[in-house]
Design a protein around this ligand. Structure first.
Ligand code: ZN
Length: 268
């Protein structure tokens, strides 16, 4: 069934990627409407595979999540018990489970009903939309969602309004910095190596610059890297894995790396 729809879409609609001359923002010209978008995310691509991945992930995976969660308290300079966190696009809730174990008050949003039920069964507040939440947060994180929504400005504005003063929004997406170069090499043809602009899925493609711009349009300021260095130094355990985590965390915030952008935006 979905294959049929897929074929129809590509017979009738051209796949085009555009870039703004002024700010460099890259996006797909033709995007699915909201109903199709929901089907794509709920039925086609979000299978149980990701839960199996979580259930079979090694302790290394969870210690990286622990590093990310440890950093939150030091960045905010608040004890975990006072911190409310929201994961926008929580998936099966692994980041929130880790946040919960640190003592944060965990909330999550996800469109899939099965994922919501799964996360709720772990004692975490989980919702299907931001509109259902009547709370403000000290820290909001969002992994791989902003590049898949129809209107990223609208979403980031909403998330910004839900931040406490001094609160931080962490946005993590694929890095589109090399996409124009890839299109040049392929003479304008899309190929599977261009994950940053997956047809129907990655409808917006960000670089560190355009993400910072998105933040400023929504009233959020990029956190000073020195503050991140300080928080990393305070939150660190010993060991080489940790040094690698610290360096990659800083680079992903400052300039983005091949594996992605992880920018921290503050509400002042
Ligand atoms: Zn522009």
């Amino acid at each position: 069934m979905s294959e049929e729809i897929f074929r129809t879409i590509f017979e009738e609609v051209k796949f085009e990627v555009l870039q703004c001359r002024k700010c460099g923002f890259i996006w797909q010209k033709n995007t699915p409407n909201s109903q199709l978008m929901e089907r794509i995310h709920n039925e086609w691509f979000h299978t149980d595979d990701s839960l199996h991945f979580q259930l079979s992930a090694s302790a290394h995976h969870f210690s990286r999540l622990a590093n990310e969660n440890s950093l939150i308290s030091f960045l905010l300079n608040m004890p975990p018990s006072k911190v409310k966190v929201l994961d926008y696009g929580m998936g099966w809730g692994e980041r929130l489970l880790s946040a919960q174990s640190f003592g944060y008050e965990p909330y999550g949003v996800e469109i899939s009903k099965r994922k919501i039920e799964h996360v709720q069964s772990k004692g975490i507040n989980a919702f299907s939309s931001l509109d259902e939440i009547d709370q403000n947060f000290h820290f909001i994180f969002s992994y791989g969602v902003i590049d898949e929504v129809l209107d990223p400005v609208d979403i980031v504005k909403k998330l910004g309004r839900m931040l406490e003063k001094g609160g931080i929004l962490k946005i993590c997406v694929l890095n589109g910095s090399w996409l124009p170069e890839k299109f040049n090499k392929s003479k304008g043809r899309w190929d599977p190596g261009m994950k940053e602009t997956l047809p129907l899925i990655q409808t917006n493609c960000f670089t560190p610059g355009t993400l910072e711009k998105l933040g400023s349009i929504c009233g959020l300021t990029k956190v000073n890297p020195l503050r991140i260095i300080n928080a990393l130094a305070s939150s660190s355990y010993q060991g080489s894995n940790n040094i690698r985590f610290n360096i990659s965390c800083l680079l992903k915030h400052m300039i983005g790396t091949r594996s992605g952008i992880e920018i921290f935006l503050e509400k002042q």
